[in-house]
Design a protein around this ligand. Structure first.
Ligand code: 5GP
Length: 237
């Protein structure tokens, strides 16, 4: 598949057109950003790790009947996937309280939530990704119908029901994660973007160690070692 002109450059990926109008290529970058782009760095090899981790997780979800944009991993930094119109809603799934949930609501860090919490953030950097309720999402026209919001929640819970035990099995608590969805050329809602330690929180079950982008956000160091460990556990190494 030929990589054609640049369509879009985001904080962690570049998106390229291909010779097939329905397919695009994501290039996973080594750049790291946090706090809405205020903190920036780069870690050689980070993009390849996220590409490989996302590939394995998309394959897992595909095998369980979740519709995703994934087609194939092309090389270390490139993934071929379906083109989709992005829905500007970040779907946040939480099993354990930390991050903005503890900051906003004063819930003690590390509290196991009585049920899985699914939240919506408006994907808008200029506004700092504010929280959305269903009425906000409909007023903003981010989706057409309430049904679509219900579907985002349903699929997010389905994904959590697959990933949470999967990670538990390899010694990681899936604390929380962010999903993005889009509409394919047939109007179907599909999972897009990536699933990696850049947009998930993983805590080692035994040591409690953070194995995700919080190592960068909180200046803990050892980010690449942690991402490599996540990939190795996924690959059963
Ligand atoms: P929080 O709202 O606590 O900052 O984040 C909740 C979860 O969603 C974390 O796993 C975090 O990595 C992910 N998340 C939330 N917003 C973003 C975002 O704008 N970019 C990325 N990469 N992840 C996000």
């Amino acid at each position: 598949m030929e990589k054609r002109e640049l369509l879009y450059e985001g904080k962690a990926k570049r998106l390229f057109l291909t010779d097939d109008a329905n397919l695009v290529i994501s290039e996973f970058k080594d750049d790291l950003t946090a706090f809405n782009g205020e903190k920036k760095s780069s870690e050689a090899g980070k993009g390849a790790l996220n590409n490989k981790i996302s590939t394995e997780l998309f394959k897992l979800l595909d095998s369980k009947g979740v519709q995703t944009h994934f087609v194939e991993m092309l090389d270390d930094n490139h993934m071929l996937h379906k083109k989709a119109d992005v829905i500007l809603i970040e779907v946040i799934v939480r099993n354990i309280a930390t991050g903005s949930l503890t900051r906003n609501l004063g819930i003690k860090d590390g509290t196991i939530l009585p049920f899985t919490l699914v939240e919506f953030d408006y994907k808008d950097d200029d506004l700092g990704d504010p929280k959305l309720n269903d009425q906000h999402a409909l007023i903003l026209g981010l989706v057409e119908h309430q049904d679509e919001l219900d579907k985002l929640r349903r699929v997010a819970r389905q994904i959590n029901a697959i990933l949470k035990p999967y990670f538990q099995n390899i010694g990681l608590n899936l604390v929380d994660f962010k999903l993005e969805f889009g509409k394919d050329s047939n109007g179907n809602i599909i999972l897009i973007d990536e699933i990696s330690p850049d947009n998930c929180r993983f805590w080692d079950i035994e040591s409690g160690e953070k194995m995700d982008k919080d190592r960068f956000r909180q200046g803990l160091g050892g980010l690449k070692v942690a991402y490599e460990e996540v990939l190795n556990r996924i690959l059963g190494k």
